[in-house]
Every structure is written in C-alpha cells, then in structure tokens.
Design a protein around this ligand. Sequence first.
Ligand SMILES: Nc1ncnc2c1ncn2[C@@H]1O[C@H](COP(=O)(O)OP(=O)(O)O)[C@@H](O)[C@H]1O
Ligand SMILES: [Mg+2]
Length: 308
Amino acid sequence: MTGTAIDLLSVESVSQALAHHGYLADRGLATSVFLALTLKRPLLLEGEAGVGKTELAKVLASWTGGELIRLQCYEGIDATQAVYDWDYSRQLLHLRAAEASGEAAGLGADALENELYQERFLLRRAVLRALAPAPVPPVLLIDEIDRADDEFEAYLLEVLSDFQVTIPELGTFKAPTPPIVVLTSNRTRDVHDALKRRCLYHWIEHPSFDREVAIVRLRVPDVEVTLARQVAAATEAMRSMQLYKPPGVAETIDWATALGSLGVSTLDEDSVRSTLGAVLKYREDQERVDGTGMTELIKMAVQRALSA
Ligand SMILES: Nc1ncnc2c1ncn2[C@@H]1O[C@H](COP(=O)(O)OP(=O)(O)O)[C@@H](O)[C@H]1O
Ligand SMILES: [Mg+2]
C-alpha cells in the first residue's frame, strides 16, 4: 500500500482489504480505520476480551506490508522497556577499554561520560523502533494499555501526538512518516483523557449473528454452515446470561474448531457438554449455563440456525 493508495482509500475499500486478510469489520469499525489511516491518527480500540482488537492490528500489518511492532503492556511497564534503554554492559566495556588504553586519562570526566551516551549504546525498544525510517510505515500495536500503570500513559503522549521521542542525551527522534498506531484496552480501568484526546476511539461490540457466522466460516472453513450457525447462536445466547466471562469471537472460533474436529455436525447435549471448555473458561459460567437450561439453549440454537 503506497502513500497514494492511502489517499485513494474509501470506507468500502478498507472493509474489503480487511476482509481480504481475514478480518470482517462492521461499517463503524471500517470507518474508524479509514479515518485513522487518512488522518494519520492513533486508533484506540476498546471492547471486551476476544472481540478482535489485537487481531485488527495484525491484519493492518499484513495488509499494508508494514512490520508489526507489538508492545504488550503489563503492570509496572516503564519507558526503559517500552521506549529505550542504555546498554549498560557495553557502556561499561567501553569505559574499561578507554581506561586500559589510557584514553580515559586524556579525556575529561565529562567528555568520557558523553562518549557513553551515543546512539551505538542505545537499546531501541518497540516505541523507538516504530519511529525509525522504514520503506513501509510499521504498525505499532500498544496492546492492553489498561494493564499498564497510568503514569506510563504519560510517556506515550509525545509519541502519540507528534510521533517523536525525546532522549535527553541525544535529542529528538521523529518518525519521517508516522507509523500506524493501534492501542487496545479491555477497559479494566479507564485510560486518561489526555491519551484519548490524541486518538480516534472505537468501541468494538460483539459481532452480529450473521457477521459471527461469516467469521467462523472464514476462520474454520471445514465447519459446515449449519454447525457454524448453531455455534454462533449458542454463543450469542450465552452472552446474555450474565456470565463472569462472556465468550468472545475467539471462543466461538475455538468451539467450532473443537466440534468440527470431533466430527460433530449438529449440537446436542453430549457434544456441547464435552466441548464446553472451549467456549466457557470458568467453572461458575459452565454451571450457570448448565443450570439455566442446556436443552433449551441447544433447541434455540438449532432453531435459529434453520431460520434464514
Ligand atoms: N471481525 C473479525 N474477523 C475475523 N476474525 C476475528 C474478528 N474478530 C475476532 N476475530 C478472531 O477472534 C480472535 C480473538 O481476537 P483478538 O484480537 O485476540 O481479541 P481481543 O484482542 O479483542 O481480545 C482472533 O484470533 C481472530 O481470529
Ligand atoms: Mg487482545
């Protein structure tokens, strides 16, 4: 995808390109992606686990041909892990070598210290790497930002608004062409307004029934359409059962795959019970579904699969 191709994008062409790479986006999401690419703004995706936030960034990378640079956030992550660090062991070796050769004596302490803060001793972490010149702009995925402490968000503000990082000893590194930036959050906490202000925001809902069937068929092509529809109907129903962890698209796909590999062609109590672990990962949730009426759930799913 060249610069001119981006200029020629439309919402429709974004939808098609994503679908071509295995991702079925609804119009709202395709519009957000279109805007993020055209306006060159970071895209903040929020939604429950398994709705396709991380996958969107992966698909953007395979579509554009840009490198996927992934920063998985976690509690306690800081700039030295995300942006850059100094290679202390190499700095130390340099110092020793300078001492051994007598160079250290000739240089003043300041000059010697300056020598240690050169680019060759710089360790480039994900964010800095994403700002480096590249034939195709990379896709920087800042995944699960809600897991990071909120101070960490502050480090990202300069990157997200100006696509640059300032290293006190070296100066400012600015991306010649902005990377495509996707941030995701499962919303275990709210991200700061300052960060949101720099991004376009999109909440990803669970897909509609028809879209979920299409996703299953795309991702698990061996599964018959009837079974795909039954599985999508059953997962959709489970999502309204007030579960601790409602199944996402990932679980629907896993469930269909599991059923398919057992040679199941239609849902029944046996097949559902033996594969429930592919779709519900908490014992309480399994018990709730069981208690709410497994027979009814399956009957409903089978019916729904029949209705066009
Ligand atoms: N719209 C979609 N089209 C195709 N596959 C999807 C879609 N949404 C989710 N998936 C599938 O669901 C899986 C889970 O998505 P993921 O991006 O890991 O979820 P999240 O990051 O939101 O927790 C992915 O592996 C992907 O295959
Ligand atoms: Mg994810």
